[in-house]
Design a protein around this ligand. Sequence first.
Ligand SMILES: [Fe+2]
Ligand SMILES: [Fe+2]
Length: 352
Amino acid sequence: MSDVRKELMKPRPIFNPNGNDDPAKRGILYGDTTNIFNLNVIKYEWAPKMYRAMMANFWIPETVDLTQDVQDYKELTDDERQAYDEILSFLVFLDSIQTTNIPNIAAYVKAPEITIDLSIHAYQEAIHSQSYGYTIESVVPPEKREEVYYWWRKDPILFERNKYIADIYQKFLEEPTMENYGEVLIGNYLLEGLYFYNGFMFFYNLASRNLMQGTADIIRYINRDEFTHVILFEHFLKDLTDENFKKYLPKDKVYEMFKIAVDQEQRFSKKVIGNNILGMNEKSIEDYTYYIANDRLKRLGLEPIFPDRPNPYEHLERIADVGGEGNVKANFFEATVTSYNQASAVEGWDEI
Ligand SMILES: [Fe+2]
Ligand SMILES: [Fe+2]
């Protein structure tokens, strides 16, 4: 018997004149699309809402003034400065590979209302990559910039986690099976939903002490975009379970990938932030990672398998939402997008 998980996938055609764009015959990964983006005929109601939410987030990093950050950077403790550099290094790596890989996911999607969301997703990752570059070039002294971009060359823990996710993406490029696609989707969801959240909190923590406010403003903008990416893939994955995607990607595999990601996030954050940064410590890192991971599992309709810990950074998340001129209202945004979460009738992997 042939293994369905090894089935090779076919990318969407450029033009398929004999196709049928009837939404009733459309899935995320199946269907006979002409590949004309007739966006008046849609199946996934959440997709155009996501599109509008993402487009409304448009921002440009250069509007954020980093002059004071250049001064603050000199006043940071050695540990804070090193954490600042290394977290930026990790972030610029992640968004570089996201910019490259989102189109690889999109190439197989048969619903144009989702494909255009993924185009905006990729373009936002390009803005993020460029913003990290803008931050590094503005704040970090010239002689250290190369070191920041290539920190993974000298840090085995950073290298290992960068390589882990890059290898998952690469494996699908070389062998485009349904199974490998599933791993890419979960890897992507973990990257968007779990990988850099302790790092974001580090920047909000500095901002709570009146340090590096410009950097924190850029992170707020990015954070707001990242919410949309998590929710986009939450919908994507939930609707795929409706297409019986569970046979390609068993629940055990999802849990295994979550466990690896949690372990890597905790190890990296404990090394970079550890107990040397005022307001954060190894315990809060551990708790926050478990808290986020359980939330991400629940969003997919899966059992939260990690220890049940309270969110230790509620006060920092409030800083992420601080109102006022020019600030981003992430809460407002999240309320807007989660309000249509309920629209999905599919419970996820736990159905089987
Ligand atoms: Fe990003
Ligand atoms: Fe993202």
